[in-house]
Design a protein around this ligand. Structure first.
Ligand SMILES: [Zn+2]
Length: 463
């Protein structure tokens, strides 16, 4: 770690964003100590944290008091994991319908911050976090970054988000702040074609980042472009990938092209980052201080050993999330990792997946870019799935919410147009539910335009 990294940890980040990074150095030290514990020590520590949260929720959240009473569960020192598992899991619908009584009455509204990132097949629900939990959550994420060789202050190239998420003409102050102080550059992923990818190559070469932080599908596409372009490009030290599961072929093309190691991270907007790969790459370690994760075997799954996860957020006391069904599945990992960290392992995440859409004009749109922009702004829709049936024909399946009005579809149409303009046709189809598949995947974006056809079109577009 350089002096510059030290300065970012001790002075610059806490001074720039005290609410997010207050006490960062101490928190990083705290997590480093936990990594050195045994799994057993951390399990005990984690169970004590879970009991504290349950007691707090029982005393200050009417929703959870009722849930625990119904299950005959009292948070006390004799509680066992089996007792805990009697509490009914929390769903997105529960959050939608019981938001006020779910939050702890010990927190004033100004002590809660709205979580504003991410998105899945389901349209996002309001998630509030106690402001006091933000430094711990951010420090946990920085620890996962650290395993990937990314220290605060290192230069990062973000292949991230949709063009609509960024101001087209950011002020010069913002540019200075972002590029020179936060040391980051953004490359949106909403529309790819040769000229966009070439501009990203030039930006990468100019900025020379140590880290690329990206969605897996867009970075795999960008890597293929770099490999096939025959032009010079800067190689980072590592790539960190998150927001959708990383496929083995994507990992391979990114590692081979960029000549760097790839690290997958797992989190969600509901509970932030909870797992990441270490330098041994044997799966993802769960940080036991930030979440208590339960594994429920999935009946009739296509894959042997598939488990659905239930996540209890151990840090957010403002709006407790207890046994939360995020609707992602995992394969369990080995008991211990060669790195020696006392954090449990999961081998693989199978969750929200998205295909790449290929348009008649040769442009392509990674489905993952739609998650924030298309869904977040359509509150009347409970779930949405976008299916490309042919090059120029899309079918959108949606589950109407309780407050659904036809205008919600107009909004959805307008949002989709930002990505696809008028070159494709749409049909909208109301359905009762969009189920998780037997593979454990929840497919938000599906493309039936054949893989070979897609590759060909992409290759032609780049020539
Ligand atoms: Zn490890």
């Amino acid at each position: 770690m350089s002096l510059l990294n030290e300065a970012y940890i001790r002075i610059i980040l806490p001074a720039l964003q005290p609410e997010s990074y207050g006490g960062l150095a101490g928190l990083l030290q705290h997590y480093r100590k936990l990594e050195g514990n045994t799994l057993e020590q951390n399990r005990k520590f984690q169970w004590a944290a879970l009991l504290r949260l349950l007691t707090h929720a029982y005393q200050s959240s009417p929703f959870y008091r009722r849930r625990m009473d119904e299950a005959g569960v009292r948070p006390n020192a004799n509680l066992t994991p089996r007792d805990f598992a009697k509490i009914q899991p929390l769903t997105r619908d529960d959050i939608r319908t019981h938001l006020a009584e779910l939050c702890s009455d010990r927190f004033a509204p100004e002590e809660l911050a709205e979580a504003a990132t991410g998105g899945t097949t389901d349209t996002p629900v309001a998630i509030l976090r106690s402001r006091s939990s933000l430094p711990e959550k951010n420090a946990a994420q920085l620890c996962f970054n650290r395993w990937a060789g990314f220290e605060p202050g290192d230069k990062v190239f973000y292949l991230w988000g949709a063009r609509q998420d960024y101001s087209e003409n950011p002020s010069w102050r913002w540019r200075l702040y972002d590029r020179h102080l936060m040391r980051r550059v953004w490359a949106p992923t909403s529309l790819f074609n040769e000229s966009v990818l070439e501009s990203y190559r030039i930006s990468l070469n100019r900025f020379r980042p140590r880290i690329i932080y990206a969605y897996p599908t867009p970075l795999a596409l960008f890597s293929e472009y770099l490999r096939d372009s025959g032009k010079e490009f800067h190689r980072p030290t590592s790539a960190i990938l998150t927001a959708e599961p990383l496929l083995e072929n994507q990992r391979r093309v990114i590692e081979e092209t960029l000549g760097c190691r790839v690290f997958e991270h797992y989190g969600s907007r509901e509970f932030a980052m909870i797992a990441g790969e270490c330098e041994r790459h044997q799966g993802l370690h769960l940080n036991p201080a930030v979440a208590f994760v339960e594994f429920v075997p999935v009946e009739g799954a296509e894959v042997e050993g598939l488990h659905e996860i239930l996540v209890t957020d151990l840090l957010n006391y403002g709006m407790p999330l207890i046994r939360y069904r995020v609707n992602d599945c995992v394969l369990l990992g080995a008991e211990a990792c060669a790195c020696g960290r006392g954090y449990p392992l999961i081998r693989q995440i199978t969750g929200r997946t998205t295909d790449v859409f290929h348009l008649p004009n040769g442009d392509f749109v990674p489905g993952v870019a739609l998650t924030n922009r298309v869904l977040k702004v359509c509150p009347g829709l409970k779930k949405v799935q976008v299916i490309q049936e042919a090059l120029d024909f899309f079918r959108v399946r949606y589950v109407p919410g309780a407050d659904f009005v036809p205008a919600d579809l107009d909004l959805l149409r307008t949002n989709l147009k930002k990505f696809f303009s008028d070159i494709v046709d749409w049909t909208f189809e109301s359905v009762a539910d969009i189920e998780r598949e037997r593979s454990g995947k929840t497919r938000f974006c599906i493309s039936f335009v054949g893989r070979s056809e897609k590759v060909l079109i992409a290759a032609n577009a780049l020539k």
